[in-house]
Design a protein around this ligand. Structure first.
Ligand code: ASP
Ligand code: MG
Length: 440
């Protein structure tokens, strides 16, 4: 069984939705199809929810009316026959009545989450009826019947698996099972979600839960690229990545995958393939256990990083110093990304400044503190990079005279992280593209 996920842009226009139906018909075998909401819908639902929480009825009603127009046009282009246009109209009216009902009631965080869930519910229902109109046997599988998170908002993979397997068995007579990405139930059995961009995560959880043959994530670019195409002119798709390499890239800013996506797939070694809806023939990127060693694979960058240096003569020959420093971050619920130490100082980076003031205040008990904001982590990813001779020389030679604030190497087999001021980022990415990949 395959798990095939399509993002918002792949279902965001009627002709795209038709195209993915064709694509599924051309793919042999059984598949669970995970859909996002139509592109822009979740953002609009967020705006509606924000208006309602702030008790701005007019703003909310305007957004609802505009969104309704969008869906009305959409169904009229999606369906061909009058009968299905009527079904489409009934679906749209039903959802928009619900939006107005939610807007009229006492709107709280719980209603907000219920509102956010409607994007995926409507996209899957519209798509399912499109398949029906094309006389393609398919079933609609409600994600709220099996997808759940615990009290720490962590997906309950075992339970998901236990619930999902018997349901799927009852659907053995069809090849296409359509379900919603992103949405789930929480430990109170309320409607909740896997956070923005979470449909990828849904696909991976399903893939792991049923031990699928492969998880395919279809987007509108041809796989993960070796560098950021918004900043570097020439980038190339990466054909193969290991799970570890892909997680580093997803975390460090390659926007194509939700950062948690890899975890469940990796746990059960289910390969993840990234494919391009606009160019089906393109190979895309295959993420699996297999990897080639000693090769640079990709570069990713993460902005809005803050570096904090703690300098203390008390650190000299003392034990337990790092623990005390780290405890300050733990207490302030802030995670550390990079660390580098010398005998009298330690530098760390964080990507969330919410508790920066409190952290700095407490760290001042240990020594003098320096804070540099607007930094960027550039992460160079590869498999067993240390096996490559002179690996750091390539990196430093490429970077030339760019000032480097911190380096972290050897923390994993897969990554070299470099911290530079945000103002040097674009140049650094271009220089590394040339130096490590010969791309200009
Ligand atoms: N529709 C949700 C979002 O826009 C989930 C997803 O598309 O992955 O965040
Ligand atoms: Mg996405």
């Amino acid at each position: 069984m395959l798990v095939v996920k399509f993002g918002g842009t792949s279902v965001g226009k009627p002709e795209r939705m038709k195209k993915i139906a064709t694509l599924l018909l051309d793919t042999p075998g059984k598949k669970i199809v995970v859909l996002s909401a139509l592109s822009g819908t979740t953002n609009t639902l967020v705006r509606i929810g924000d208006h309602l929480l702030a008790q701005q009825q007019t703003g909310a009603q305007q957004e609802i009316a505009e969104l309704e127009k969008h869906y009305t046009t959409f169904i009229n282009e999606l369906y061909t026959t009058e009968a299905y246009k009527a079904i489409g109209q009934e679906i749209v009216s039903r959802y928009f009545s619900l939006f107005r009902l939610l807007a009229a009631g006492r709107f709280d965080e719980r209603s907000y989450r219920e509102l956010l869930a409607q994007g995926e519910l409507i996209s899957t229902e519209l798509f399912y009826h499109h398949l029906q109109e094309r006389k393609t046997p398919a079933r609609l599988l409600p994600a709220l019947h099996f997808m759940s998170i615990d009290e720490n908002n962590e997906p309950e993979l075992e339970k998901i698996s236990e619930r999902l397997k018997p349901i799927i068995e009852t659907m053995s007579n069809v090849d296409i099972i359509v379900t919603q990405g992103y949405i789930c139930r929480n430990h109170k059995n309320e409607i909740d979600n896997l956070k923005r961009g979470g449909s990828d995560y849904t696909a991976s959880l399903i893939g792991a839960a049923i031990r699928a043959e492969e998880i395919q994530i279809w987007t509108d670019i041809d796989g993960m690229h070796n560098n950021d195409p918004r900043i570097v002119k020439k980038t190339v798709p990466i054909a193969e990545l290991t799970f570890d390499e892909a997680s580093e890239l997803a975390y460090f800013g390659a926007k194509i995958l939700h950062p948690s996506t890899i975890v469940p797939a990796q746990k059960y070694s289910v390969p993840v393939r990234l494919k391009n809806t606009m160019d089906e023939k393109a190979f895309g990127t295959l993420i699996s256990n297999k990897g080639t060693s000693g090769e640079f694979k990709a570069i990713a960058a993460k902005d809005d990083i803050t570096a904090i240096k703690i300098k203390s003569s008390r650190m000299l020959l003392a034990h337990g110093f790092l623990r005390k420093v780290f405890e300050v971050f733990e207490k302030n619920k802030t995670s550390i990304d990079m660390v580098s130490t010398s005998e009298v100082a330690v530098s760390v980076t964080i990507d969330d400044n919410k508790y920066l003031n409190a952290i700095v205040e407490e760290l001042e008990n240990f020594g003098s503190i320096e804070v540099d904001q607007n930094q960027t982590i550039i992460c160079i990813v590869g498999n067993h990079l240390a096996d490559k001779e002179g690996v750091l020389r390539y990196v430093f030679d490429s970077l030339g005279s760019i000032p480097i604030r911190m380096v972290s190497y050897g923390g994993s087999y897969n990554n070299i992280s470099i911290l530079v001021d945000r103002s040097h980022k674009d140049k650094a990415l271009n220089l590394l593209n040339e130096g490590l990949f010969g791309l200009k």
